[in-house]
Ligand binder design. Structure first.
Ligand code: ARG
Length: 691
């Protein structure tokens, strides 16, 4: 025991931990000496290693910034407009405070780009006061004057024109030169993140269960969680990507017992467990049918929890086999995650529970130890110790939230888990707040999502009623995409015309210009087998991701391959195709884009279609802000689709090549491409220069 105590003391001193934590750690030593010893030695080894900062155990490295050369953030256009409006309100109506802001995007280009609707509320608040204005319109006129002065002071050159309309709305026109400058910056350096207050974030996502197949439900968590991480990383948050794998619990007793029977020599000759799901099913059958096996399973759970080395070895083998399967899926989807499974938190549970008991927050009910957070809206408690003395999902999440807040010092903890677990997280969050683990401004957030459904609107299943395996789904998406490519190639080779899908989608150039829109063909004969394979994979996986991300995450969605892989409408294929088409226009122009960029070739937004694209590019930063505020990836998908449609209208209505406007228009294409690519990156979709 002594060395462990010393190690704990050294740890506490080194990290200057609060007394509360040090008390917990010494309790922990008494409760679980074996676990703490192994945990500590692992930790101390890590702390002594090159990572001098001494990352706490279980703390995944903060993600390296995706962009090697980080771009300076910028204040979003919306933020700047809001600032002008807020300042004007303060100067013109100093005695009234309105909560929130009243700026919206304009509904039509004729009304400018933004609208300040504060006058109506201000009028309501001023009514009956000695200096009450005569009408909302009078308020709007005064406010507009103050906005002009505020704009001059805060951001000269941003606002072109203000006009009071209707009952008292103020329409705002952004100066074209301002938009042109911002679009030029995008074309030259790329998309800058919005300036936000960044913090230390931890995202708990994916989190499948060992020995069980990853299914479509985990797909949603994985895809949504990854996008949230990408947006956090892009905006400068220190982001930990945590895979809270279900690697602990009573099911391991059954699995270990099965291992002992099937592979009695597993210690000396570790069996290759290629089909873990099969292994699980077989174990379950035995468990349900054979009472002696059941008793054995129970013995193994107890032994595993007590740290028995043989059980531990069997457990490790099972976890490893699972890990291999999971990582195949992550590799295919291009997702990075750090595994900190449930087992990690197990040694902390007794100390966490006993501390809360000491503070009177734990009560005993029916033999179990439970927490009823006083502020909870639920009648059920959090069950932190079962009546048989064992721990469960609740106990683990309680210890995990303590660990993340108090030890990892995360300021924003995001759980990307299906909506069905809502009350569980409410209870965990309330218990954490009650325990005093949250600081001012700490955010604990359950990012929930709905079900993936089949055509019948019920939970998505295979024909035989089984859960759909994630790998099968990815295989199918890729196979279908590949079949489409092959078909098109065959048609082209047999002399048939390869019809441009974008032409079908209404995006071919208006003057029937072969060189720009018309001849661009999808899955064209130019592709060698290997390129086709790669393209099918990129498009197939992107289609799966986009289908999931584009709907409001809280609703259920219907899984449908045809719709997902369609070449028109709001699909990944349409978007990636449009992007490749823009690349091909630049390619065909033969222009030296690097030289055009180096010369800072001006972008002139003359045509309404050019102006629409320009505004969309200039609004990128505020859309990222929206995603961050709501943690709603579909906001980014909507923006991407809108921008893509505007780009298609632009290349349909404006000739790009061989016109006096060519340099400016090529630069606008480059800005459009930069915008689309950054959105693809944030959504985790791989893009191709040609398809
Ligand atoms: N393994 C769980 C499941 O498959 C999800 C875990 C989510 N994270 C957490 N901290 N509870 O349902």
């Amino acid at each position: 025991m002594a060395p462990v105590r010393e190690e704990v003391a050294a740890y506490v001193e080194k990290h200057n931990l609060e007394p509360r934590l040090s008390a917990m750690l010494s309790e922990l030593v008494q409760a679980r000496p074996d676990n703490v010893a192994s945990w500590m030695s692992g930790y101390l080894a890590a702390a002594g290693s090159a990572d001098g900062a001494g990352r706490a155990p279980g703390a995944p490295p903060a993600a390296p910034s995706a962009d090697a050369a980080k771009l300076e953030p910028q204040r979003s256009l919306m933020k700047q407009v809001v600032e002008v409006c807020a300042r004007a309100q303060q100067t013109a109506f100093a005695h009234v405070t309105l909560s929130g802001h009243f700026v919206t995007e304009a509904t039509k280009p004729e009304f400018g780009q933004y609208q300040n609707n504060a006058a109506l509320s201000l009028f309501g608040r001023l009514k009956g006061t000695p200096s009450a204005p005569s009408s909302p319109r009078a308020v709007a006129l005064a406010l507009a004057d103050a906005m002009r002065a505020a704009a001059d002071e805060l951001c000269a050159g941003l606002i072109d024109k203000l006009e009071v309309a209707g009952a008292g709305f103020i329409n705002i026109w952004i100066a074209r030169t301002w938009i042109e400058a911002r679009v030029l910056d995008a074309a030259i350096v790329g998309m800058r993140p919005p300036a936000v207050v960044a913090c230390r974030a931890l995202v708990d996502f994916s989190s499948p269960n060992v020995a069980k197949e990853m299914h479509v439900g985990h797909l949603r968590s994985t895809i949504i969680g990854d996008t949230i991480c990408r947006v956090l990383e892009f905006t400068g948050h220190e982001t930990m990507r945590v895979n809270h794998v279900g690697d602990w619990g009573t099911q391991f007793g059954m699995l270990i017992a099965h291992m002992r029977r099937e592979h009695p020599d597993f210690l000396s000759a570790p069996p290759p467990i290629s089909d873990l799901q099969q292994f699980y099913k077989a174990a379950k059958v035995r468990f349900d049918e054979d009472a002696s096996f059941k008793a054995e399973a129970h013995k193994n759970v107890v032994a595993l929890q007590a740290g028995d080395p043989d059980c531990h070895k069997a457990w490790t083998l099972i976890c490893e086999a699972s890990r291999e399967e999971f990582s195949k899926v992550y590799r295919r989807l291009g997702i990075e995650l750090d595994e900190v499974g449930e087992s990690f938190y197990n040694p902390f549970i007794p100390a966490v529970v006993s501390t809360l008991e000491r503070y009177g927050q734990v009560v005993t009910e029916g033999g179990a130890k439970v927490i009823f957070p006083p502020q909870s809206k639920h009648a059920i408690p959090l069950i932190v110790v079962k009546s048989d003395g064992g721990f469960n999902y609740d106990s683990t999440d309680l210890a995990a939230v303590w660990y993340r807040l108090c030890e990892l010092k995360a300021e924003w903890v995001i759980y990307v888990v299906d909506a069905g677990q809502g009350s569980h997280f409410d209870l965990v969050f309330d218990a954490a707040a009650n325990a005093g683990w949250t600081a001012e401004g700490t955010r604990l957030q359950h990012v929930q999502f709905g079900l993936v459904c089949g055509e019948d609107g019920k939970r998505f299943r295979t024909r035989s009623g089984e859960v759909v395996r994630l790998v099968d789904l990815l295989d199918e998406a890729k196979a279908r995409m590949l079949a489409t490519f092959k078909e098109r190639q065959a048609a082209a080779q047999s002399g048939g015309a390869v019809v441009s899908d974008l032409a079908a989608a209404g995006a071919a150039s208006a003057d029937g210009d072969e060189g720009e829109g018309g001849s661009f063909a999808f899955g064209a004969p130019h592709m060698a087998d290997e390129e086709m394979e790669r393209a099918a994979e990129a498009l197939g996986y992107a289609a799966v991701k986009y289908m999931d991300l584009k709907s409001n995450r809280t609703s259920n969605y219907i899984f449908n391959y045809e719709r997902m892989l369609a070449t028109n409408g709001n699909t990944a294929v349409y978007l990636l195709y449009a992007h490749a088409r823009l690349c091909s226009i630049i390619d065909k122009s033969g222009a030296d884009m690097a030289a055009l960029k180096a010369a800072r070739t001006p972008i002139v937004l003359e045509h309404p279609a050019e102006q629409a694209v320009g505004l969309a590019v200039a609004q990128f930063a505020e859309k990222v802000e929206d995603v961050l505020r709501e943690l709603q990836p579909h906001v980014l998908c909507e923006y991407l689709y809108d921008t893509c449609v505007k780009l298609n209208v632009f290349v349909r209505e404006c000739r790009v090549i061989n016109v006096p406007e060519t340099p400016s228009r090529l630069m606008l294409c480059a800005a459009g491409i930069a915008t689309m690519r950054k959105c693809f990156d944030l959504l985790g979709m791989a893009w191709l220069e040609r398809i």
